[in-house]
Design a protein around this ligand. Structure first.
Ligand SMILES: *[C@@H]1O[C@H](CO)[C@@H](O)[C@H](O)[C@H]1NC(C)=O
Ligand SMILES: *[C@@H]1O[C@H](CO)[C@@H](O)[C@H](O)[C@H]1NC(C)=O
Ligand SMILES: *[C@@H]1O[C@H](CO)[C@@H](O)[C@H](O)[C@H]1NC(C)=O
Ligand SMILES: *[C@@H]1O[C@H](CO)[C@@H](O)[C@H](O)[C@H]1NC(C)=O
Ligand SMILES: *[C@@H]1O[C@H](CO)[C@@H](O)[C@H](O)[C@H]1NC(C)=O
Ligand SMILES: *[C@@H]1O[C@H](CO)[C@@H](O)[C@H](O)[C@H]1NC(C)=O
Length: 462
């Protein structure tokens, strides 16, 4: 039924409005920068049609159910990149407002409102965004507000303090708090996310602490078996078994965050004329770039697709191609030897994605392999994926991210500040107010400081 309604509604609308363009896929001519920019704008507009946080009385940086808080961080990351690639600043006010509203009380993207479901992976998606803002010279927040680099450093420091050597010889848990379900898992997006941010901070600041962490995290992930010798990346391993058992599911965002982090380490080593490390990181970037074929359809062809697309992708998975496209694009200027392999895939995928933006009001479906036969799904993830792959065609191999030494203007923490010990700053009695995004506004969560610094999690239905 729904399909029927959706298929006649646009024609009715077209008739009523006298418009002939309500339903026609997004035009994309890759030989024209203007065409790419206008296609990206169309996809961005569709994505932001789900966002109301800028309205008075609404909460900036929140997106409606069923989307999770982390995806808002990702969405504004797509908008930072949108500004960077297209120069169109019409949505910067919303973006900056959202990024500053959600910093949380300690300026590390751990707002109390999100405490009851805070994964390391949720928090890190906001750090990806502010890191991009620093690297692209996205306009800095006003003085007196936390700055992009500082926010990324704070996230890094809060997570580095959670590195847990009591099992598995190291690794980050999935969840930020031991009290949350699934904490026992050590997953690749949390560890890969921190690796990604550490490597970018290393390149941006030149501070060796970050390079040391990036090396340590990679070595742990590889040593424990989350990264295989074929550069496949498994979803998670279980600390209950000292990380000897795995969930071997592969998701499109996993190679993306590791590849881009490795490209940053390659660039850092290469700038320093450090041939040993340059060779090491080049091998890793190459290995992952080649292993990406698992996310192209059919195998080894050029249109991005995920295993879940043969059935149905869940709400998170609907957005994963966005991060694969984003980090593939960002890898090219850092590791130019990937250019041909990556851009062949980005170009073909962008063409296919634009064709799939053939729903009502040019809304984008998810299955780019379906040509212009709209797959009848749309949402923030689908729009973001189309947006990121389309704008990634504007990547230029000579446009490297900036750093402190090459014109970057974002300021970080002075040594010592932001070097906060998680256990001291975050374990305090708190009352998470109800009525926030998760919709379960009837859950009251209390955190109580236990003698050994562990969190005791109490919840009750009111
Ligand atoms: C937390 O929730 C309250 C109540 O809905 C809201 O006013 C506030 O803006 C939220 N803060 C964040 C950072 O989302
Ligand atoms: C747990 O795993 C780590 C890393 O592989 C290893 O070093 C350690 O010996 C293991 N501990 C036990 C008790 O097996
Ligand atoms: C280079 O390799 C050494 C030894 O593994 C390591 O200590 C150093 O941090 C590395 N530098 C980079 C940029 O990876
Ligand atoms: C690396 O080598 C290049 C070319 O020889 C040189 O210009 C540059 O100063 C060197 N950089 C460092 C950090 O040694
Ligand atoms: C991608 O498309 C652009 C624009 O048409 C073109 O200049 C570039 O050579 C293409 N890259 C590859 C690897 O196909
Ligand atoms: C390097 O980064 C770490 C972690 O943020 C910080 O504690 C340290 O002070 C920094 N070092 C310098 C010299 O800025």
């Amino acid at each position: 039924m729904e399909g029927t309604i959706q298929s006649w509604r646009p024609f009715l609308l077209a008739f009523l409005l006298g418009s002939q363009t309500v339903r026609a896929s997004i035009d994309l001519d890759l030989s024209s920068t203007d065409s790419i920019k206008s296609a990206a704008k169309e996809a961005a507009k569709g994505m932001l049609s789900y966002y109301t946080g800028y309205r008075p009385g609404d909460v900036p940086g929140n997106i409606p159910d069923p989307y999770y808080w982390w995806e808002a961080g990702a969405m504004f990351g797509a908008m930072v990149e949108y500004w960077y690639y297209t120069g169109d600043s019409q949505w910067n006010d919303w973006t900056t407002q959202a990024l500053l509203h959600q910093t949380g009380e300690d300026n590390d993207y751990m707002p109390y409102n999100q405490t009851r479901s805070m994964g390391n992976d949720d928090q890190i998606f906001w750090a990806f965004t502010v890191m991009s803002a620093a690297e692209t010279k996205y306009p800095n927040p006003p003085q007196g507000q936390p700055q992009w680099l500082e926010l990324a450093e704070n996230v890094f420091n809060s997570q580095a303090a959670r590195w847990d050597t009591s099992t598995c010889g190291g690794g980050l848990h999935w969840q930020a708090y031991e009290s949350l379900g699934g904490w026992h898992l050590k997953n690749s997006i949390s560890n890969g996310g921190l690796f990604n941010v550490a490597s970018r901070l290393a390149l941006y600041t030149g501070n060796q602490t970050y390079a040391d962490w990036a090396n340590k995290i990679w070595d742990w992930c590889e040593g424990i078996g989350l990264i295989t010798d074929k550069y496949d990346i498994y979803d998670n391993t279980d600390s209950k078994n000292n990380c000897t058992t795995f969930d071997r599911t592969q998701h499109a965002y996993l190679p993306a965050v590791f590849m881009h982090g490795a490209a940053n380490m390659y660039s850092l080593s290469s700038n320093a004329n450090d041939t040993t490390n340059t060779t090491k990181w080049k091998k890793r970037v190459n290995g992952i770039t080649n292993a990406l074929s698992a996310f192209f359809y059919p195998q080894n062809k050029n249109i991005m697709s995920q295993p879940c697309e043969v059935a149905k992708c869940n709400v998170n998975e609907q957005s994963f191609k966005a991060y694969l496209a984003r980090f593939m694009g960002a890898t090219v200027p850092l590791a130019p030897f990937t250019q041909d392999r990556i851009m062949t895939k980005i170009n073909a995928s962008a063409q296919a994605a634009a064709k799939q933006c053939n729903g009502p009001d040019n809304k984008c479906g998810l299955r780019w392999t379906d040509g212009d036969k709209y797959d009848d799904t749309t949402g923030i993830g689908e729009q973001m994926s189309a947006l990121e792959v389309i704008q990634a065609t504007l990547v230029h191999v000579d446009s490297k991210p900036v750093s402190h030494n090459t014109g970057g203007t974002s300021t970080g923490n002075k040594p010592g500040i932001g070097d906060s010990d998680e256990r001291n700053t975050d374990v305090r009695t708190r009352d998470v107010t109800k009525g926030d995004k998760a919709g379960a506004g009837i859950l009251v969560v209390l955190f109580v400081l236990a003698p050994v610094g562990a969190l005791v999690f109490l919840s009750e239905m009111v």
